[in-house]
Design a protein around this ligand. Structure first.
Ligand SMILES: O=C(CO)[C@H](O)[C@H](O)COP(=O)(O)O
Length: 239
């Protein structure tokens, strides 16, 4: 495998006609990341890498050297989700693009610093995305719409895995879809659901407008991954 440069084009080339399988490496066997990537790679549309600083989110997660190592194992798109405070988000965005991230998402709650971080990421060749915490009004996405190709809505409290989906998640996706439409950005931006991704929640999220779901245990703990991904890709919007 040759190591390729960060590529916004790899993100733009992701299919639009089916639900994407975004694999969250936080839920892989963390003692065996290389064999985990090799095991799942054929089923992955894009990888999701959670980055947390222990302040903006309660956990400490992933760092640039890990992404650089993962970049050597796969040609699939890598999406880095920065759950970090505004004072470090610009530097973090740059470091993760340097390490090989194709898509960098910042939190809308980072405000102007988040916008500056995305400008740095796109200047360095990556695509840009924005994520909203569950408690943040969906309207907060508006100031990011000109810059991003991904909007991700958390469906659980930030930075904790293994949680159930909030009742707010589906109405929030529908509201985000309306905002993208009103802004004329529906065709340019993919809508993603992150958190609470379970067998019984995916059809509802898909029906509410999700175009990609961030799969943790639903992917990595499944004993029949081919069947799981076949099921996921077959879900219609009106499932
Ligand atoms: O950020 C996350 C949840 O917010 C993660 O991506 C995590 O991997 C999800 O794991 P699980 O689906 O098993 O709870």
């Amino acid at each position: 495998m040759t190591t390729r440069r960060p590529s916004a084009a790899a993100v733009a080339a992701l299919p639009r006609d089916r639900l994407l399988a975004e694999f969250s490496l936080w839920s892989a066997d963390l003692a065996n990341l290389e064999s985990e990537v090799k095991r799942v790679d054929a089923h992955v549309d894009l990888y999701h890498v959670d980055v947390a600083d222990g302040r903006f989110a309660p956990s400490f997660l992933f760092f640039p050297d890990q992404v650089a190592r993962i970049r050597k194992l796969t040609d699939k798109a890598i999406h880095v989700h920065l759950m970090v405070e505004a004072d470090i988000v610009e530097a973090q965005a740059e470091q993760f693009v340097e390490a090989g991230a194709d898509l960098v998402s910042v939190h809308a709650e980072n405000g102007e610093a988040g916008l500056r971080a995305l400008a740095r990421a796109t200047a360095a060749g990556a695509a840009a995305g924005v994520v909203l915490r569950l408690e943040t009004p969906v309207e907060a996405v508006r100031s990011f719409l000109d810059m991003v190709s991904f909007v991700t809505l958390l469906g659980t409290a930030i930075g904790v895995k293994g949680q159930g989906l909030s009742d707010e998640a589906c109405p929030r996706l529908q509201a985000a879809r309306r905002i993208l439409k009103e802004a004329g950005r529906e065709d340019a931006i993919r809508l993603a659901a992150d958190g609470g991704i379970r067998h019984e929640t995916v059809p509802r999220l898909r029906a509410s407008g999700a175009e990609t779901v961030v799969m943790g245990s639903l992917a990595f703990a499944d004993s029949d991954l081919s069947a799981r991904i076949g099921w996921l890709r077959g879900l219609a919007v009106d499932a």
